[in-house]
Design a protein around this ligand. Structure first.
Ligand code: 5GP
Ligand code: MG
Ligand code: MG
Length: 179
């Protein structure tokens, strides 16, 4: 599996430093609050668990699964909910945890939707941001690292459902796509 990686964009050490840094920012920003971390499955899993270890306040875990259909060359941004939250977020401080923001359609839709459920606040933390891919205007509140417009895998991010278990984020060798 590691042989399929051309280059590493985010090492395990960098990921650890990001989780510590953002974790302490969130700890300060949510002092005396009990935020709900809403993870977007499945990509959020490694990042959410590592990040949460560095958040020193009471947090609740909740998950949603959404899919976005970017039809052909025009990003339609049609976002569908495959699995909804199992809790009410009315009057709660919600912090959405995402692996990567690309076009911005997923998160602009989901933040609007969660705000419309009368959450007290809705913010977004993403491990990676690809601002060059934006189609919809969207600014995450916390960003681990800004990367160029490249397709990345690992640490939650998949190619055809594989590579999520890599402990780092990297770029696949072109030969993998043509297999
Ligand atoms: P957006 O709605 O911002 O375009 O899409 C966000 C979703 O697209 C991410 O949650 C992720 O599932 C997928 N995605 C965007 N860029 C990449 C990438 O470079 N690698 C992988 N594996 N998924 C990506
Ligand atoms: Mg995702
Ligand atoms: Mg995917």
């Amino acid at each position: 599996m590691h042989n399929d990686i051309e280059k590493i964009l985010l090492s395990e050490q960098e990921i650890e430093a990001i989780c510590k840094k953002i974790g302490s920012q969130i700890t300060a920003d949510y002092e005396n609050k009990k935020p709900v971390l809403v993870g977007l499955l499945k990509g959020c899993i490694p990042f959410m668990s590592d990040l949460a270890k560095h958040i020193n306040t009471h947090v609740e875990f909740a998950y949603m699964s959404v899919s976005s259909y970017h039809g052909g060359i025009s990003s339609s941004g049609d976002v569908k909910i495959k699995l909804d939250l199992d809790i009410s977020i009315k009057d709660r401080d919600v912090l959405i945890v995402e692996d990567i923001v690309d076009t911005g359609s997923t998160l602009s839709t989901i933040t609007k939707m969660l705000k419309s459920r009368d959450a007290k606040s809705v913010k977004v933390v993403t491990l990676l941001d690809k601002p060059a891919g934006r189609v919809v205007e969207f600014y995450p509140d916390y960003i681990g690292k800004t990367i160029p417009k490249e397709f990345v895998v690992g640490y939650g991010l998949d190619y055809d459902e594989f590579y999520r278990n890599l402990p780092y984020v990297g770029v696949l060798k072109p030969s993998v796509y043509t297999k």
